[in-house]
Design a protein around this ligand. Structure first.
Ligand code: NAD
Length: 505
């Protein structure tokens, strides 16, 4: 059997170039699993370097025409795409639930947060307004315009197969760039549906291409001379290596990495509100969100009450397949990842912490799907694996401290700096925390502070390599470069030769 032929009845997912399905030529492929059943769902064919070249060539050919397309026309196409995605929410949500495992309700939340970015990009005529200074010198005006870069690339993770691509391509194409999207090989189908909808919306051939694959495809994208910028979202080691390679090759890069998000609970917080928030943000999407709460830092006496309140809530979390009605928490992405997450429950015991709830005892964790129940670990200490590693699963750790200063030091010593939350009723304390904390996105009584699309998303430290955050105003900046024009329309009657350095007159 040829390596590109899937076992009978297994759907084959391929790439999409020039608004048409494209069969890759490498002969290599991967399995797309259904994490809820533990069975193969589809086969995804991986691109070779030559396939990547074909996608980039298509995007390069489309660039001159697309960049010359009037802003009003780009906006009209994006608006139609916005409506098509809206009409296809159910279809897209089913794809996310099947390939990623998240619940339908969570998938719809992801789509809504992605769609915000398409809506934002519809305002491109307004977003690309430059500045104009009249009469900077006699008869001289200066104005600034922003122009697209050319072919730009998006490399995306498994945990948001629709939202993260929308974070990137909506603004990139609105600015006049053409785009090559390389989705996670674990969840390849959502990108294809989004590209099909973009075609239906009227996006010309080559403006949005999807290339399926792994490191081979990524490596070629990072060295391709026609690729001008790279947006990446994924784990920290890969983000760092992509940043280093692509910048060395002269590309503009924003590479968002992993996270370890703390939730600081001060003694005056409302215990029930804090427990609800911790459970929702810690176990939603089975903890596989880059903004999930992973560590609760409880200051003073509230710790005992808070741990008890979280414990009380865990038995009513309904663990089950994402497509099943009533499921609140789906499986993890792969069996290996589930087993790795579960291993932290053993590390916790070895390192002197207390496992309050062990998710391995959930009945769903004993089936064929990649499930793990919600887990709670108390008395976790910094510099242990549970505290320091990005676990990326439904495991909440609780660290006890006696002062705000001690809690702040724990948070600021963490190498990541993606999201953080504070729960308190004291406005002054919250304001001080916002001033002190070394994290890019801060929630005040908000556990998952993902900025709305009119602001930009990005962490600090090992959570982001690059200078500009993603989407919103910084996204527009990332996908354009400035040009400043100094102009004079002299009265021919006053024209004369002057070899002096131009100066204000
Ligand atoms: P990942 O780093 O394994 O993969 C991300 C992308 O990089 C995929 O498209 C993958 O094919 C590609 N890739 C993987 N290894 C590569 C390599 N060695 N060379 C080149 N390309 C490679 O990440 P993941 O497991 O898909 O996603 C989960 C991670 O993403 C978590 O660490 C999570 O915190 C992070 N994440 C961060 C954000 C954020 O905004 N900061 C958002 C979502 C997810």
């Amino acid at each position: 059997m040829s390596p590109t032929l899937a076992p009978a009845a297994l759907e084959v997912i391929d790439s999409r170039i020039d608004n048409a399905p494209y069969s890759t030529t490498s002969g290599r492929h991967g399995t797309v699993w259904n994490p809820a059943t533990g069975e193969p769902h589809a086969q995804v064919n991986f691109a070779s370097a030559e396939d990547v070249d074909a996608a980039v060539a298509s995007a390069k050919a489309a660039f001159p025409g697309w960049r010359a397309t009037p802003l009003s026309r780009r906006s009209e196409i994006l608006f139609r795409l916005r409506n098509l995605i809206d009409q296809n929410r159910d279809r897209l949500a089913r794809i996310l639930a099947t390939e990623n495992g998240k619940t339908l309700a969570d998938a719809k939340g992801e789509i809504a947060r992605g769609l915000e970015n398409v809506e934002f990009a519809c305002g491109i005529p307004n977003l690309l307004k430059g500045g104009y200074s009249e009469q900077v010198s006699t008869g001289v005006d200066v104005y600034q315009i922003r122009q697209p870069l050319g072919v730009v690339v998006g490399i995306t993770p498994f945990n948001f197969p629709a939202m993260v691509p929308m974070w990137m391509f909506a603004n990139a194409i609105a600015c006049g760039n053409t785009f090559v999207l390389k989705p996670s090989e674990k969840v390849p189908s959502a990108a294809i549906l989004l590209a099909e909808l973009a075609q239906e919306a009227g996006l010309p051939d080559g403006v949005l291409n999807v290339i399926q694959g792994d490191k081979v495809a990524v490596d070629r994208l990072l060295e391709h001379p026609e690729v001008k910028a790279v947006s990446f979202v994924g784990s920290t080691p890969v983000a760092k290596s992509i940043y280093e390679t692509a910048t060395r090759n002269g590309k503009r890069v924003q590479a968002l990495g992993g996270a370890k998000n703390h939730m600081l609970v001060l003694p005056d917080a409302d215990v029930d509100a804090a427990a609800d928030a911790a459970v929702s943000a810690g176990y939603g999407a089975a903890g596989q969100r880059c903004m999930a709460v992973s560590v609760i830092v409880a200051v003073g006496a509230i710790g005992d009450e808070l741990v008890a309140a979280i414990r009380r809530r865990i038995p009513s979390i309904k663990v089950g397949p994402g497509l099943a009605a009533g499921s609140e928490m789906g499986p993890l992405i792969t069996r290996e990842h589930r087993d790795r997450v579960a291993s932290y429950l053993d590390h916790a015991k070895e390192q002197g912490a207390t496992v309050e709830v062990d998710g391995r005892t959930d009945p769903m964790a004993k089936g064929d799907g990649f499930f793990l129940g919600a887990s709670l670990i108390d008395h976790v200490k910094p510099k242990t694996r549970c505290h320091d590693d990005e676990i990326f699963g439904p495991v909440l750790s609780v660290v006890r401290t006696s002062t705000y200063a001690e809690a702040l030091a724990i948070i600021n010593n963490n190498p990541y700096g993606n999201g953080v939350a504070i729960f308190t009723r004291d406005g002054g304390a919250a304001r001080q925390f916002q001033f002190d904390v070394e994290v890019g996105m801060v929630g005040i009584n908000v556990p998952i502070p993902v900025p709305v699309a009119s602001y930009s998303f990005g962490g600090w430290k090992s959570s982001l390599f690059g200078d500009l955050h993603m989407y919103g105003p910084e996204g527009i900046q990332f996908y354009t470069r400035g040009k400043v024009v100094t102009s004079r329309w002299p009265d021919p009657g006053t024209s004369r030769v002057d070899l002096g350095f131009p100066q204000v007159r």
